[in-house]
Design a protein around this ligand. Structure first.
Ligand code: UDX
Length: 481
């Protein structure tokens, strides 16, 4: 009798990791894999309290479980809560994961855990998988180019490119140094390889965490990426020289949509969100003309200074066009949100601006009224925009966002880049250019339509991502046989 695969999935507990892992869980379940999705107790509680709580009840063959994250309330309020969370999970989360897998094995009706699927930043779960005695797979949540650049951080450090000698290196042109030796990646600026090269810290804490986490993927049985073959062929070729089993199954949003369309998989828990989504923004979009609205969001982690917020706000206000802006609580330094918008801004943009604390981004991007996306170039957002066929204005600020932005504007021809130092004049000019009718805008729209079609083809039956997911399921099923 064929053994039923049972995947235990454990993402780093932030939206940028939870969202793609939930989608992968849903896709695996739709292909017959038994799924246990493990949240931290803190997030489990947040989800339980949220509007999406119904999804948490799970279904036949799809369960949610939780393990403690070990953080105190003081840690949670700290500005460096993400670092504290990372360290705390490393310290304390392995044994509860192993214990959970053993408990699941004793439960009636569920097959024993046959594999662990983790996201980036939780490499300690590789040890847990070893202890459980099952293979591990890593869903690294960035583009392939983002992953390869992170892998090469070690070499950049060893060759002396980073850490920077002093603060002047941030602005004296040093970050423009050409890096032309990363296999699979075209010549790029040093500053675009990763935000982590900008460190002045002689210990390079964040840099070392990133490089260690990426390099630890070599210990996994396979590497899963939310991208598709046609989007990044050269870098995927190069990557396969180091990682023999790379599964490109994205864009995940498109794969989910295709699975729902074909009846493989319902809306499911992939719609779970740590934040409450503002439904009113969809009604507002319904009333706008096709392609007329710029959507603006900086994901779940970015923090802007009040000065940056003001430059953005007045740049958007100057354009005279309509926009939907996600200003989540915590987007502005000092744990502030929409209350930090400059005085007079809402009055100046009344009737053409909608501010939401959080929204159903995939639906927003697919809405006919949305014609452009001002983004921080987080990979989930970028992949969702590519799938929706929406051109972007990119303002990267962290981690892989610089290389995503470089590819969006350069390789894929679907974006305009803002300078690092935000200026309202440039915000207004890029807004105009993206949404207007210049030759460049038309070309970006043509490219975006082409990538949208390619993303749909990759995730449709017979497409490269569809087939790659099939191979992954096969591999999960084989386990250690
Ligand atoms: C993090 C890192 O910052 C990013 O560099 C990396 O590529 C992925 O992990 P984050 O900053 O949250 O992610 O950005 P992003 O990857 O774009 O993910 C944000 C997710 O939140 C997207 O799936 C987006 O659809 C969702 N979102 C965002 C909403 O559902 N509603 C919103 O209002 C805003």
């Amino acid at each position: 009798m064929e053994r039923r695969a049972h995947a235990m999935l454990f993402p780093f507990p932030c939206s940028g990791h939870i969202n793609p892992t939930l989608k992968l869980a849903e896709l695996l379940h739709a292909r017959g894999v038994h799924v246990t999705f493990v949240n931290t107790e803190h997030n489990h509680e947040r989800l339980r309290r949220g509007a999406a709580a119904a999804g948490l009840r799970g279904r036949e063959g799809f369960r949610f479980e939780a393990v403690p994250d070990g953080l105190s309330e003081e840690d949670r309020r700290s500005p460096d809560r993400t670092v504290r969370l990372y360290l705390s999970l490393r310290r304390s989360c392995g044994p509860p994961l192993v214990a959970l897998a053993r408990r699941l094995a004793e439960r009636e009706g569920a097959p024993p855990v046959t594999c662990v699927v983790l996201s980036g930043l939780v490499s300690f779960a590789l040890d847990a998988a070893e202890e459980i005695g099952v293979p591990a797979f890593v869903l690294w949540g960035t583009s392939a180019c983002g992953f390869v650049c992170t892998l090469r951080l070690r070499e950049l450090r060893q060759r002396g490119y980073t850490p920077l000698k002093d603060e002047s290196y941030l602005t004296n042109g040093y970050l423009d140094t050409a890096i032309d030796w990363i296999a699979g990646i075209p010549p790029v600026r040093l500053g675009d390889v990763s935000s982590f090269v900008r460190t002045l810290d002689p210990q390079c804490f964040a840099l070392r965490v990133e490089e260690d986490e990426a390099n630890s993927c070599a210990r996994a049985r396979g590497l899963i990426l939310n991208t598709f073959e046609d989007l990044e062929p050269d870098v995927l070729d190069a990557l396969r020289g180091e990682f023999p089993r790379v599964y490109t199954i994205g864009p995940l949003a498109a794969a989910m949509h295709a699975a729902q369309g074909s009846g493989h998989g319902g809306a499911g828990p992939a719609g779970l969100s740590l934040w409450e989504e503002d439904a009113a923004c969809m009604a507002w979009l319904d009333a706008q003309a096709p392609g007329s609205v710029l959507y603006i969001s900086f994901g779940s982690l970015a923090v802007l200074s009040p000065e940056q917020l003001a430059e953005l706000a007045w740049g958007l206000a100057a354009s005279n066009r309509s926009f939907l802006w996600v200003v989540r609580p915590g987007l502005v330094a000092g744990d502030r949100g929409a209350d930090a918008l400059p005085e007079g801004f809402l009055a100046a943009t009344r009737g053409r601006c909608f501010i939401a604390a959080w929204c159903a981004q995939e639906q927003v991007l697919r809405h006919r009224a949305v014609g452009g996306f001002l983004t921080h170039s987080g990979w989930n957002s970028t992949a969702e925009s590519i799938w929706a066929g929406v051109p972007m204005v990119c303002w990267p600020g962290f981690a892989d966002q610089y290389i995503n932005s470089r590819y969006t504007c350069g390789e894929w021809g679907v974006g305009l880049r803002l300078d690092e130092a935000l200026r309202r004049e440039q915000v207004a000019a890029h807004f105009e250019e993206l949404m207007g009718d210049t030759g460049r805008a038309r070309e970006m729209r043509r490219n975006a339509a082409r990538w949208k079609a390619a993303a749909e083809a990759a995730t449709a039956p017979g497409g490269s991502s569809y087939e790659s997911l099939g191979r992954l399921v096969e591999e999960l099923r084989l386990g250690d046989d």
